[in-house]
Design a protein around this ligand. Structure first.
Ligand code: GTP
Ligand code: MG
Length: 279
């Protein structure tokens, strides 16, 4: 498989010309004005949003976190959402039905076999979806991209997102934060979610946050519950600060690192059951 790992110093964006195909223009039956080809010779519209990835194991609350961000920030920022599901558009439908964002601003990418591939190895389908959204609703401030839930190994390529949140939850157990991996260690923000459930699952949240912080070389960790207003404010502030840094050119997208070898839960699938890695 070709190595698509980009130079983090030169993230893929539209400040420079490039030549990938744009199949959606045909699928939609109309051509999109492309940021690289401004109509009438004018300067292009500022369509380049902050692209923010949300990754983490199945069920930790990725869609819920995105719904929270939309509910809390859609009145102050122009938002869009791309979801990745393996076989369905379940997450997009959940988010549309949450009523927190114009449903047309929420689009699904169905990734097929390996959910990691579409956010890391070959990000084309996701990149096209993000670019279409940016063009259709220009100018957007933030596009949130939800990865397909899987295990601890999946992170986004910096070719797709500028920054990424990795979501754990207390229900997965207090030990998870110590288990490490590229998302836990090096995502721009680690969220320990559903802290309201901690008493029911016997997890010591301060201890879990301390373990996570120790694994992250000082990178931020946020204990979050949608029922805890102070933690929701902290999440909003983090998004605002990241957006400001992105706009100021002060934020350099990081690659959290290569994926660990892994199996998939679906042993029946051709890609499941075989230990494999990604570049
Ligand atoms: N108690 C509590 N439950 C939460 C919180 N956030 C999310 N949940 C619940 O956790 C479950 C999973 O949430 P989702 O947002 O669907 O998780 P996800 O990571 O998107 O799941 P997949 O996309 O299937 O991997 C749902 O039942 C949510 O209602 C929280 O802060 N507190
Ligand atoms: Mg989800």
């Amino acid at each position: 498989m070709p190595d698509h790992t980009p130079d983090p110093a030169h993230p893929h964006d539209h400040a420079h010309p490039h030549d990938h195909a744009h199949p959606h223009a045909q699928a939609h039956g109309h051509a999109h004005p492309h940021a690289d080809a401004p109509p009438h010779g004018h300067a292009p519209a500022p369509t380049r949003s902050l692209r923010l990835g949300v990754a983490g194991p199945v069920g930790t609350g990725k869609s819920s976190l995105i719904a929270l961000v939309c509910r809390e920030l859609a009145h102050e920022l122009a938002l869009g959402v791309i979801t990745n599901d393996i076989y369905t558009d379940e997450d997009a439908r959940f988010l549309r039905s949450a009523g927190v964002l114009d449903p047309e601003r929420i689009r699904a990418v169905e990734t097929g076999a390996c959910p990691h591939t579409a956010i890391r190895d070959d990000v084309t389908a996701n990149l096209l979806a993000v670019e279409d959204l940016e063009e259709d609703f220009a100018p957007l401030d933030v596009v949130l991209v939800e990865s397909g839930g899987d295990n601890l190994t999946a992170t986004f390529s910096p070719a797709l997102v500028d920054a990424q949140v990795f979501v754990l939850d207390v229900a997965g157990g207090g030990d998870v934060a110590r288990k490490g991996g590229p998302g836990i260690g090096r995502a721009d923000l680690l969220v320990v979610n559903k802290t309201d459930l901690a008493p029911y699952v016997g997890v010591d949240v301060p201890r879990m946050v301390a373990d996570a912080t120790a694994a992250r070389d000082g990178r931020p960790v946020l204990a979050l519950s949608r029922h805890d207003a102070a933690s929701v404010e902290a999440l909003k502030d983090w998004v605002r600060v990241m957006l400001a840094a992105h706009r100021a050119g002060a934020h350099v997208p990081q690659d959290p690192g290569p994926m660990a070898p892994h199996f998939h839960a679906d042993e029946e699938h051709p890609a499941g059951g075989i230990l494999h890695t990604h570049a």
